[in-house]
Write a protein that binds this ligand. Sequence first.
Ligand code: OSB
Ligand code: MG
Length: 372
Amino acid sequence: MNLRIDSVTLRHVRMRLKSPFVTSFGVEIDRDCLVIELKSQGLTGWGECVAGSYPGYSYETADTSWHVLADFFIPTLFKGPFATPREFGGRIPEYKGHPLARAGLELAIWDLLGHASKRSLAKMLGASGRPRVPVGVSVGIQPTTDNLLETVRGYVDQGYLRVKLKIKPGRDVEDVSAVHTAFPWLPLQVDANSAYSLNDVEVFREMDDLGLLLIEQPLAEDDLLDHSLLQSDLRTPLCLDESILSLRHARQALEIDACRVINIKQARVGGLTEAVAIHDMCLDYGIPVWCGGMLETGIGRSANLALAGLPGFQLPGDISASDRYYAQDIAEPTFSLNADGTIDVPTGIGLGVEVVPRALDAVTLRKESFKP
Ligand code: OSB
Ligand code: MG
């Protein structure tokens, strides 16, 4: 089925997080993102571009994504009809970078084509039918170690299967040891968001004795070589997040042993098409992957759950319940944690969620529609 795009609406939204999310790169009190709405022959597709208000995680922001989408990517949608979401990448070969913007638009095409073919995203991705996926929670840096222990206890009581602790220089080994001592049975991992260098190797040697599942993105995003040197010094697997923007990056990282686990975020790699390709390659290499998150609304969260149903996703994802992030999400139904620490993979057509117009309007800062 070929679908021509009749209109695209971009919205910049800002949603208050239940509690500030603190990482080595900064603080998020509100989360900004772009919500993308495609209309085609009576059908609607939704996407989410997770670029935030400042270039802390990557160089992209909501404003740069708006510019790149409005001025370059969206006009290519009007050049002809789509039969598959994978065609989108082929429409913009001349444009470089901006994976978060690409992924948001590609996601809206997936949702739209799901509605056209009456298939769920999980079906479109070829998931082996895993009906629910194990999940963990990503815990930001807390004001004190006692606050951290209290916060982790809250999530453990809710039933999360593993906890990821954000770390930064000065708030690392001591915090992580305290959590490990208080919850010795709890699967733990850490995420540095590229805050360290090889000068800090002692920090990681100490962390190596804590039995962590993995250490995520300790060094600079463009530094595969130093990750490989650090990995050779540690028993704990390194896991890359920011460094892996494409299948090529993933292959090169594995070839030089820069990591032994990969965090796959469909947003960071420019969309689900590339995410599935990385997943498939890692399955061939015998490298475990897990699904990362970007504090998504229900739109992106649904996509992450569908992706995490693929067989290579062997570790719990950063896909927490909707109520871990927002008091009011913009899409329904929201996602909740099952008693066994899993979340259900959505089964409705497309993303399987409905955007709630009133909830969306309440958080929209800017809105613009584009037509052929
Ligand atoms: O590095 O994985 C990260 C959130 C925003 C930006 C980067 C990261 C994160 C998280 C939270 O760790 C994951 C989530 O719960 O969505
Ligand atoms: Mg990360």
